[in-house]
Design a protein around this ligand. Sequence first.
Ligand SMILES: Cc1cc2nc3c(=O)[nH]c(=O)nc-3n(C[C@H](O)[C@H](O)[C@H](O)COP(=O)(O)OP(=O)(O)OC[C@H]3O[C@@H](n4cnc5c(N)ncnc54)[C@H](O)[C@@H]3O)c2cc1C
Length: 323
Amino acid sequence: MILPRFQYHQPESLDEAVSLAQSCAGDFDFIAGGTDLLPNYKSRLNPRGNVISLSGIKELFEISPERIGAMARLAEMITNAPLKHKLPVLPHTAALIATPLLRESGTVGGNLLLDTRCYYFNQSWFWRDSKDYCLKAEGNTCLVVPQESVCYATYSGDLAPVFLVLGAKFVLAGPEGKREVAGENFFTHDGITRHVKLPEEILTHVLIPKEAQALRTDYQKLRVRDAMDFPVLGVAVALSLNERTLERLHIGLTGVATTPLLCEAFTQAVIGDQLTEDLIAGLAEDIMNSVRPYRNVALSPQYRKAMIAVYIKRMLRQFMPVD
Ligand SMILES: Cc1cc2nc3c(=O)[nH]c(=O)nc-3n(C[C@H](O)[C@H](O)[C@H](O)COP(=O)(O)OP(=O)(O)OC[C@H]3O[C@@H](n4cnc5c(N)ncnc54)[C@H](O)[C@@H]3O)c2cc1C
């Protein structure tokens, strides 16, 4: 498929990029690695007349365990020695994203901000034309939940649930200056707007609190083909134990809702309890029952929902102290 025509811009500073965005009156997209944006453009999924590259803004490329630039490549995350040593769950997760070639171009910021996915959206123009289009591209109705006025496309990024369980904050730079948003407040339940970032704002960095380095962590994903596919369920866990007692516990999910989910209502209720087989089984069941995946990505909603409990049990059991 051929890319539609657009004007390409390559600013060299954040201020220049934000001014350019303001001058485009909404008809623009920022581009990082392009591995999500350009396939969508080729399918004529909401292409814009201007594409503003972030590749000339040097300050966005840094990587350290406490501060990761939005333009850091996924491939760099995998090999970065301090990150491997202090927050191994991040290189581990990055290595599960897409393919080696895509990870050479794909960035941390692009992964967090990637477009939501849906069976009725991620199709060619020809296919969508035959279905009368969906709310997310050219249509008036969400074809997944027609009685609702919001888009139910599924959030499918791998890194977001991991950043959420680590307590990360996202730094945005825009016309009004810089601001920080806690990861858990960043995403919004609408597959079209997706997050609280304003269109002209640039995600500059992810900040990770130093305490996160003391947590025991894991991320596992369910997908159709292990070699390359998006998660149809991803589970991130971060915890700390005092012998058997839970001092901290965070569980994040992806691939099962319009946003990544941080299950604090359930995990904070068990802080101070012993990490036992019964606690794990009850927690896994409660979290599974609170989630309602939709029929808009691969594998059935029933199967993906059942697998939430399976994955949570499997992942928490590995942290149970042996007698
Ligand atoms: C075959 C295939 C398999 C894939 N598998 C996976 C997978 O398993 N898991 C997964 O998570 N992803 C997967 N992806 C999606 C994608 O490759 C990755 O998510 C990648 O990290 C996206 O990063 P990017 O830099 O290429 O984003 P881009 O395509 O450049 O951008 C994505 C979106 O983010 C916006 N954006 C990017 N950076 C910024 C910023 N700093 N500030 C403001 N806006 C910004 C862009 O405007 C765009 O809307 C897959 C893609 C393909 C084609």
